[in-house]
Write a protein that binds this ligand. Structure first.
Ligand SMILES: [Zn+2]
Length: 404
């Protein structure tokens, strides 16, 4: 059992309490929170201007593409996608041991205790199965062409099975549907049946770009040429609404949703699904900015996530929420800052079923601490953290100290 003492304890509990000069007692899970708690427990004082808060959770990454720095082409979604297709094999081959380790270290330093990894090949499994961070390992299915679907489905099943051999408290195998335009509805049904049977959280890209909107609505737009050239396909395999309806009974995390319309957002809300907001990725591919106020008003839980280094310059989640803070110019910075911290802690923990993301009795002790440069008003704390913190000092996962 350990007791931590900090100047500011950000609980992210129901009342969003911040405890000044507070203490937290925990072993694997959090046991007690308050002030002047039991004296006879080993106590670590985190020091002047210290902040103790729930560890951050990055719900959407693609670590297989971590070798990319300047290779892929930004500025337009389809141009970027073509560059991914052209460079994919090289980037996958270039991501060897250090590449994964560097990506994980970067996330760890920025306070990330858990992340959702989209695995399209299984090449990342060896590097992630024993990670000291928690991993929700989304085995991804892709394939819209009926002729190729059986082989792709079999490959998916093999990857899923292999990942399940390493299932543990910190490594949770799961399932990802690539997108409505790239997976045949029959395969989606089969894969979602597995997810329901195994009670898995599912992830799916949805309405990332205007090209996707136009293709699914009218079989037109930039995807028309793309599908004709690459897959000799003239029409979309599904409509957006038909796609969404398949997720009625499964806990789903939709990624991006920038181009989702009102009807689709309402449906996402009605099935208690969530959304990942990846503002830097969306900006670099010039796909627009999610209306997070509308999402919040519809009571859709949202997280902010970095996406992969295939469409970002960093996996640092503090930098990501700082970007979000600066991009959403219509929202008040103080209130937005609080929502953004919540999105990468409490919301993200609930979205991925992790029983963490807040400092409350019974939650896993997944905690981070750091020091602010000076003291801060309580009401400015969330904003000051987002502005000034890039790296953390200490981390605990399931109550165990993690070397950073
Ligand atoms: Zn993605």
């Amino acid at each position: 059992m350990i007791k931590l003492k900090a100047n500011y304890i950000i609980t992210m509990n129901e009342k969003n309490e911040i405890i000044e000069n507070g203490e937290v007692i925990f072993d694997k899970k959090i046991i007690k929170i308050g002030k002047n708690l039991e004296k006879n427990i080993k106590t670590i004082d985190l020091g002047e201007n210290s902040v103790l808060m729930p560890g951050l959770i990055n719900t959407h990454t693609h670590l297989e593409f971590s070798a990319n720095q300047t290779t892929l082409i930004y500025g337009d979604f389809i141009t970027w996608l073509n560059s991914v297709i052209a460079k994919r094999e090289n980037l996958l081959a270039d991501c060897k041991n250090n590449c994964y380790q560097n990506a994980i270290t970067q996330m760890k330093k920025s306070g990330i205790v858990a992340f959702g990894e989209i695995s399209s090949t299984g090449l990342d499994l060896d590097h992630l199965k024993n990670s000291d961070l928690k991993v929700i390992y989304f085995n991804e299915i892709i394939g819209s062409n009926p002729a190729a679907v059986d082989a792709l489905y079999q490959d998916f099943l093999n990857r899923l099975k292999e990942s399940e051999e390493y299932k543990s408290e910190k490594f949770i195998p799961s399932i990802s549907i690539h997108s409505p335009y790239s997976v045949h509805p029959i395969v989606i049904k089969k894969v979602l049946d597995i997810a329901k049977q195994k009670n898995m959280v599912v992830s799916a890209h949805f309405m990332e770009s205007k090209a996707e909107r136009e293709w699914l609505d009218n079989n037109k737009g930039d995807f028309k040429i793309f599908f004709k050239q690459n897959l000799n396909q003239e029409t979309a395999v599904t409509s957006a609404v038909e796609f969404l309806k398949q997720f009625e009974d499964v806990k789903t995390h939709f990624i991006h949703a920038v181009w989702a319309n009102e009807e689709e957002l309402q449906y996402i809300s009605s099935i208690n699904a969530s959304i990942a907001h990846c503002p830097v990725s969306n900006r670099l591919l010039n796909t627009g900015l999610l209306n997070i106020e509308r999402v919040k008003n519809l009571q859709i839980p949202y997280s902010v996530a970095t996406d992969g280094l295939s469409s970002n310059y960093s996996l640092n989640l503090f930098k990501e929420i700082r970007s979000a803070l600066l991009m959403h110019t219509g929202l008040h910075p103080k209130y937005l800052a609080k929502d953004l911290i919540k999105s990468v802690t409490k919301n993200a923990g609930e979205i991925l079923n992790l029983n963490n993301g807040s400092i409350e009795v019974g939650k896993f002790a997944d905690l981070i601490s750091f020091k602010l440069p000076q003291c801060s008003n309580i009401e400015d704390l969330y904003l000051q953290i987002i502005l000034h913190i890039n790296e953390i000092e200490k981390m605990w996962i399931n109550g165990e100290k993690i070397e950073i």
